[in-house]
Design a protein around this ligand. Structure first.
Ligand code: NAP
Length: 249
């Protein structure tokens, strides 16, 4: 079955780089109209929008801090104003502020919970009523293997990513009767700017524990998101799809 999003509208938070960008490109390749948000990289956002339009995709680049409630509402509103519906919401924006808890500041905790977890509340709440009225929609929240397994030095990140799982299952139960699905994708180690900063020793240690013995590419994650966005997954909701080469078995 070909994964087809023709005629659907998609909003991806944090779509300029890494996993978010691969999701934007995969959805565009499947025929969707694609909106994406970014926080700071406006040149990259403009270039990506132009690139998508050059390939015949209708695209919107929206500057919106995912941690900001009103800005998240405005991003969803912009999609509906432009295209009349929001069919797929991908909550991807995320950051790390790693440190052992003994050295972790309150600002490190607040920043990570704000961008990674409150952001999911912000845009899911904005999309809730429109999707409910449409009686259709797919919400996909990007968690992490760290939210399932924990990781020293990432208590804030792990808490944010574990929170996403409970949030999504609750949403799936609230919205199922309206044919709106909510699922989680939990990536393992993916080669992006976020993991670039890790030292070789940390990367080697992770690779050692991955049965498939390689890191994921952003496209590996985008494929799973595309599946959950499409009608090929129409009977799947409240699921946590691990895309981690077997790391979290
Ligand atoms: P990345 O390469 O650092 O890219 C992050 C993206 O999020 C950028 O487009 C960035 O936009 C955007 N962003 C950051 N803060 C934002 C905010 N406050 N508002 C709006 N956009 C914001 O990260 P990545 O590795 O692709 O990670 C994407 C998601 O996957 C995150 O949720 C991450 O936790 C999760 N994840 C990653 C891995 C991994 O190994 N890489 C593993 C598991 C889960 P700007 O450029 O404008 O800042």
């Amino acid at each position: 079955m070909k994964l087809d999003l023709s005629g659907k509208t998609v909003l991806v938070t944090g779509g300029t780089r890494g996993i978010g960008r691969a999701i934007v490109e995969a959805c565009a390749g499947a025929g969707a109209k694609v909106a994406f948000t970014y926080r700071s990289s406006s040149d990259t956002a403009d270039a990506l929008k132009a690139e998508l339009e050059g390939r015949g995709t209708e695209a919107l680049a929206i500057q919106s801090d995912a941690a900001d409630f009103d800005a998240s509402q405005a991003a969803v509103d912009a999609v509906i104003e432009a295209w009349g519906s929001i069919d797929v919401l991908v909550n991807n924006a995320g950051v790390t502020r790693d440190n052992l808890l003994i050295r972790m500041g309150e600002d490190d905790w607040d920043a990570v919970i704000g961008v990674n977890l409150k952001s999911v509340f912000n845009s899911a709440k904005a999309a809730y009523r429109p999707m409910m009225k449409q009686r259709a929609g797919s919400i996909i929240n990007i968690s992490s293997v760290v939210g399932v397994m924990g990781n020293p030095g990432q208590a804030n990140y792990a808490a944010s990513k574990a929170g996403i799982i409970g949030f999504t299952k609750s949403l799936a139960k609230e919205l199922g009767a309206r044919h709106v699905r909510a699922n989680v994708v939990a990536p393992g180690y993916v080669e992006t700017d976020m993991t670039d900063a890790l030292g070789d020793a940390a990367k080697d240690a992770m690779l050692n524990n991955i049965p498939l013995k390689r890191p994921a590419s952003p496209e590996d994650i985008a494929g799973a998101v595309l599946f959950l966005a499409s009608d090929a997954s129409s009977y799947i909701t409240g699921h946590v799809l691990h895309v981690d080469g077997g790391l979290a078995m």
